[in-house]
Design a protein. Structure first.
Length: 401
């Protein structure tokens, strides 16, 4: 996928610059032609000699390298590249990118680039979480850059948290995804949230209220969206499923309240959301700190309503955002689905039923009906959940367009 591709690798002043060496090796191994541009601060962390030996090209840093008046044209570099990836991207460099502060060759090249731009931030957790830095990343995303969210773990400061530059092999997968043939990548540049699986509501340390959702439908949707080039925020309840795509950012939760918190954080940053999770409507009012003993014939639980995640997101939905819901109904199916469609401000709702064999929870297949807010109805035959996911994503894609 990367063979023959022209890649500019921008390296900035971060302790994670050592990871850029591994990223460079992987890119060269994939057959890419890599030109390294390093900022002056970046040279404090990794030497140009190492980078030049691996890339087979002189490493660029300054506008003027010689005393004879020759210089490096940022315009020519911007036109040459198929992709520009800044990894690691420091808070300082992202601030300069946002504000067009052209005091080094990397920033001027970024402003001249006609190709996709990929940014992999790396910094300490407090810097990463600061509102100014979050604003800059949001602006870069709005400008069209692909932001590869950093991972969580032990940081150079010794603290634990989010800020580690994503691993080089994951970044390479992102680049392959971005540079894949355009006819297959219809959702490149889109960020889409998917909820999947059940939620569990604790009664005591060992018991919970839950449901039979396997998460297969939500995970199939996430995979289909990633295959089409989207960046996916997958909010997953307790399931035994794995994700394989680099562009799927997975957040594991247990309760409805936890799922709500993650959705509330990410939904405003997304172009669309598909609410496929089977969220528990109610949770015990009081959770016992100790296992409830069987010392009575009857046990009464008092339940309280959980947050209605889809409805809450529907209330803060912005113009241009697309939302898709699911209705698993056992009776008065279309009537109940239409009521849910309206009350939760969905663009369309996916209706299915557990009453028929091969449909609903746990199954590998599903038969759906899509009901649009303009009253249009589409009926689909029984298909694999992967095929159903493609039908749902295609319907959503038409609205996004």
């Amino acid at each position: 996928m990367l063979k023959g591709k022209k890649v500019i690798l921008g390296i900035t002043g971060s302790i994670a610059a050592y990871k850029a060496v591994y990223l460079l090796r992987l890119l060269v191994k994939e057959g890419a032609d890599v030109q390294v541009i390093i900022t002056p601060a970046g040279k404090e962390f990794i030497t140009p000699v190492t980078l030049s030996a691996l890339s087979g090209r002189p490493v660029l840093s300054e506008f003027f390298e010689n005393a004879d008046g020759s210089w490096h044209s940022h315009v020519d570099l911007g036109l040459w590249a198929d992709v520009l990836v800044v990894a690691p991207a420091s808070a300082n460099t992202m601030g300069k990118m946002v504000n067009a502060v052209c005091d080094n060759l990397l920033i001027t090249t970024y402003l001249s680039a006609k190709c996709p731009v990929v940014v992999a931030p790396a910094m300490d957790l407090d810097m990463y979480a600061h509102p100014a830095n979050q604003r800059n990343m949001d602006l870069l995303h709005n400008f069209g850059a692909h932001i590869i969210e950093p991972a969580s773990g032990e940081l150079a400061s010794g603290l634990e948290g989010k800020g580690r530059m994503e691993e080089p092999d994951v970044i390479v997968e992102h680049l392959k995804n971005i540079l894949a043939p355009k006819e297959k990548k219809t959702l490149v540049g889109r960020k889409i949230m998917v909820t999947a699986g059940p939620t569990f509501e604790n009664m005591d340390p060992v018991r919970f209220i839950g449901n039979y959702s396997s998460g297969k439908m939500g995970f199939a949707l996430a995979e289909e969206l990633a295959d089409r080039g989207a960046e996916v925020i997958l909010v997953a309840g307790p399931v035994n499923l794995e994700t394989r795509k680099a562009s799927i950012h997975r957040y594991d939760v247990v309760s409805a309240q936890e799922m709500y918190q993650v959705c509330h954080e990410w939904f405003p940053k997304c172009d669309a959301a598909i609410f496929a999770a089977a969220v528990s409507d109610y949770a015990p009012t009081n959770v016992s700190d100790e296992k409830i003993k069987r010392n009575r014939e009857e046990l009464t639980l008092t339940l309280k309503a959980n947050p209605d995640i889809a409805a809450q997101m529907g209330r803060i939905k912005k113009e241009g955002q697309v939302t898709v819901g699911f209705a698993l109904e056992t009776n008065n199916e279309e009537e109940n689905a239409r009521r849910k469609l309206a009350s939760k401000n969905f663009d369309f709702i996916v209706l299915n039923s557990p009453n028929n064999e091969g449909e609903g929870f746990m199954a590998d297949t599903n038969r759906i009906t899509i009901i649009h807010k303009d009253h249009k109805i589409e009926n689909f035959p029984l298909k694999s959940k992967q095929e159903v996911a493609a039908d749902i994503v295609s319907a959503m894609e038409k609205i996004l367009e």
